[in-house]
Design a protein around this ligand. Structure first.
Ligand SMILES: [Zn+2]
Length: 260
């Protein structure tokens, strides 16, 4: 069985801060990446125990979210930028797994919650419904015909994923106390759970359906500051909604993801 792991850094156990942990100039960035890699490796051990024979890993954290030197021997890594959606995901994959994800921007007590950019984006909507990375990633995989069977991250990230896939397997790495504080499990416990739940998640293949959405699509982005809108609205496919909001339209989510 062939699986695609889409990873991020904000959902890792012990990671709660942008400035000191997840930005590329953060003092503890290397440590955060190491913690994430150890959890991903445990997850890979789990999916292999559950029957996976080919594992692709895409590093979805902007400046990089893993330590390549420590990466599991069996992972094939999709690396470098630019990389266009759907990142090589195609119907030959049996499942997608979301590692280390965070909830959408403005989620109450969502640890490191944001929608694509913590520095520039306030809110996003797909066809009028608030959406973040978890929702769009699950929907994109669904459009390709691939079910999402696993998520790890804080309690709010898991709740967000369950709105799309109610029976998704999950590892709750922490409970949010604010956007930058949490009650976190230890890295060792988190690794153990990633291994155990990764194996269990593989049993959902054949049971969990790819998430279905209905075209056509309108994707709206509200920026934090009106000044950031200038360069965006110069593109011909971008429509201005108000002084800090723009939207794009498309017939597929792949199209939406490349335009937004
Ligand atoms: Zn990230």
């Amino acid at each position: 069985m062939k699986v695609f792991i889409l990873g991020d850094l904000e959902g890792t156990a012990g990671v709660v801060d942008f400035k000191s942990q997840t930005y590329s100039d953060a003092k503890y960035y290397e440590q955060a990446k190491r913690l994430a890699t150890l959890e991903i490796n445990a997850l890979i051990d789990g999916v292999i125990a559950g029957g996976a024979t080919e594992i692709w890993f895409l590093d979805g954290h902007g400046p990089g979210g893993i330590n390549y030197e420590l990466m599991h021997a069996e992972a094939k890594m999709v690396i470098g930028r630019p990389i266009s959606v759907p990142w090589g995901l195609d119907p030959t994959f049996d499942a997608m797994l979301l590692y280390g994800h965070h909830s959408m921007s403005n989620t109450n007590c969502g640890v490191l919650c944001h929608s694509w950019s913590s520095r520039t984006i306030d809110n996003c909507w797909l066809n009028g419904k608030l959406i973040g990375e978890i929702g769009l990633n699950i929907s994109l995989a669904g459009e390709v015909g691939v079910p999402t069977i696993f998520i790890s991250g804080d309690d709010t990230a898991i709740a967000e994923a369950k709105e799309y896939v109610p029976d998704i397997a999950s590892v709750e790495t922490k409970v949010g106390l604010s956007q930058t504080s949490a009650l976190s499990i230890s890295p060792l416990k988190s690794q153990q759970l990633h291994r155990e739940v990764g194996e269990i998640a593989m049993r959902l293949i054949g049971q969990t359906e790819p998430y279905h959405t209905q075209p056509p699509y309108t994707f709206k982005t509200q920026l934090l500051e009106a000044t950031a809108l200038k360069s965006k609205v110069q593109q011909s496919h971008v429509e201005l909604v108000d002084d800090r909001t723009y939207q794009v339209r498309g017939q597929t989510l792949v199209e939406i993801a490349s335009k937004r």
